[in-house]
Design a protein around this ligand. Structure first.
Ligand code: ADP
Ligand code: MG
Length: 140
C-alpha cells in the first residue's frame, strides 16, 4: 500500500442540494485526507479542457453545461491507494449500477449529475491536480 494523491470534485448537483459536507464526510470517514480544497465556479473553457478526453462522446456538451451550472468543490485527497479507494467510495458512474453505501448510490441524481468526480489513475490524478491547484495551495 502506497500513499497516493488523487483529485476529487463535489459536483454542482451535490453543492446545490447542500450535500458538500455529507460527501466529504464519506471520503474522510474512509481514511482519505483533504490536503487542498476550494469552492469555485468553473468556466465553460475550464470544463471543456478538464473533460477534453470525452470531447467526442455524445454527452460532452451536456456534461460541460452541467459542470458549469453551479459551484463545485475541487480537492486533493491523500491516503493509502487514494485513487482506487476514492473510486470505490464514489461507486459506479451510473448510480443505478453503484454498490450500496457508495456516494453515487446514496446521493447521485442521474448518470450525469452523479455528485462526484474522481481521477481514474495516478497519472491522471497528477494532471488533474495540476490543472486546478498551484503547489503552494496543497497545504496538507
Ligand atoms: P467517471 O466520472 O465515473 O470516471 P466517465 O469518466 O466515464 O465517468 O464520465 C465522466 C462524467 O461524464 C461522468 O461522471 C458523468 O457525469 C458524465 N457521463 C458519463 N457517462 C455519461 C452518459 N452516458 N450520459 C450522460 N453523462 C455521462
Ligand atoms: Mg472519468
Amino acid at each position: 500500500m502506497s500513499t497516493e494523491r488523487t483529485f476529487s470534485i463535489v459536483k454542482p448537483d451535490a453543492t446545490r442540494r447542500n450535500l458538500t459536507g455529507k460527501v466529504i464526510d464519506r471520503l474522510e470517514s474512509a481514511g482519505l485526507r483533504v490536503i487542498a480544497q476550494k469552492r469555485i465556479w468553473m468556466s465553460t473553457k475550464q470544463a471543456e479542457a478538464f473533460y477534453a478526453v470525452h470531447k467526442a462522446r455524445p454527452f460532452f456538451h451536456d456534461l460541460v453545461k452541467f459542470m458549469t451550472s453551479g459551484p463545485v468543490v475541487v480537492q486533493v485527497l491523500e491516503g493509502a491507494n487514494a485513487v482506487a479507494k476514492n473510486r470505490e467510495i464514489m461507486g459506479a458512474t451510473d448510480p443505478a449500477k453503484a454498490a450500496p453505501g457508495t456516494i453515487r448510490k446514496d446521493f447521485a441524481e442521474s448518470i450525469e449529475a452523479n455528485s462526484v468526480h474522481g481521477s481514474d489513475s495516478a497519472e491522471n490524478a497528477a494532471a488533474e491536480i495540476k490543472f486546478f491547484f498551484a503547489d503552494t495551495e496543497i497545504v496538507g
